[in-house]
Design a protein around this ligand. Structure first.
Ligand code: THU
Length: 166
């Protein structure tokens, strides 16, 4: 971009933390990833063969899991993250979400890199943070690398939020 009068340049800092192995995480996080891995085994994913599991740790200590639910009418399916988040919010509408762990298996087993939540799921995470005025830690599982994000702003900057409605 050329130099223009009155133009401001903004630079964003996006932060995440990476680990090579599950055993390097604190025990609470390890347990949540294992719950997500278990949930992925029960995914209904006959069309993609991509089995995603999500586990939500609530502030009251409850763990709610979910997995992707596909449909022969493809767009009627739902991702694991939203199944878990919506169910957690349905069961405990007054309890904030502390941590969300996500994992996925393809035909070759646990995915190599950290699984990447889709844009709609990131948007649902933004809403959950806003709803409870509570930042969510997100753990993205993978065989070679596990990433931790402290807050959804690190996954979805410039998000549409409740206050965007004006
Ligand atoms: N999927 C998830 O459940 N979560 C993600 O983060 C990415 C994608 C599901 C949707 C669909 O059932 C399958 O994975 C392939 O896109």
């Amino acid at each position: 971009m050329g130099k223009m009068k009155n133009m401001r340049k903004n630079e964003l800092r996006i932060i995440n933390f990476e680990f090579d192995d599950l055993t390097e995480l604190k025990s609470e996080d390890q347990k949540l990833v294992l719950a997500a891995r278990q949930a992925s085994k029960k995914a209904y994913a006959p069309y993609s063969g991509f089995h995603v599991g999500a586990a939500v740790l609530l502030e009251n200590g409850e763990v709610i899991t979910g997995n992707n639910q596909e449909n022969s009418a493809f767009t009627s399916g739902l991702c694991a993250e939203r199944v878990a988040l919506f169910y957690a919010n349905a069961r405990f509408p007054e309890v904030a979400v502390k941590t969300l762990a996500v994992t996925a298996e393809n035909g070759a087993g646990l995915v190599a890199g950290p699984v990447k939540p889709c844009g709609s799921c990131r948007q649902a995470m933004v809403e959950t943070e806003a709803r409870f005025h509570h930042s969510i830690r997100i753990i993205l599982d993978g065989k070679n690398t596990i990433q931790i994000f402290e807050g959804v702003d690190n996954l979805l900057p410039f998000a549409f939020k409740p206050d965007s409605l004006g």
